[in-house]
Unconditional design. Sequence first.
Length: 115
Amino acid sequence: MKITLLSFIIVVLLFLLVIESVRRGVLETKYSLLWVITCLFMAILSLNEGIINKLADFAGVYYPPSLLFLFGLLFAILLIFDLTRRVSKLSKELASLVQEHAILKEKLEKKDQLK
């Protein structure tokens, strides 16, 4: 089995997983767009050996199908960076909410003590 065919099958399975996750509500639609676009891009590269060969020649890659895995790895790195950025933002928001909660709780306790 050619590696390009194997990569196409993996991309199709990933695409179906993304669609099913959106349908079940596990993955939000706004996050699924990145996955769908990536799957389409990788499927086109997997099916069209001419494009992948030209890109490999341009990049100086000896084995063109390995370029597919390079694109996949780069996508994974970008996704990890994006998720890390989002986690950092949520962590800051959580710290702010915890502080606001503590202040409101203290005010409420003082109010109850005055009664």
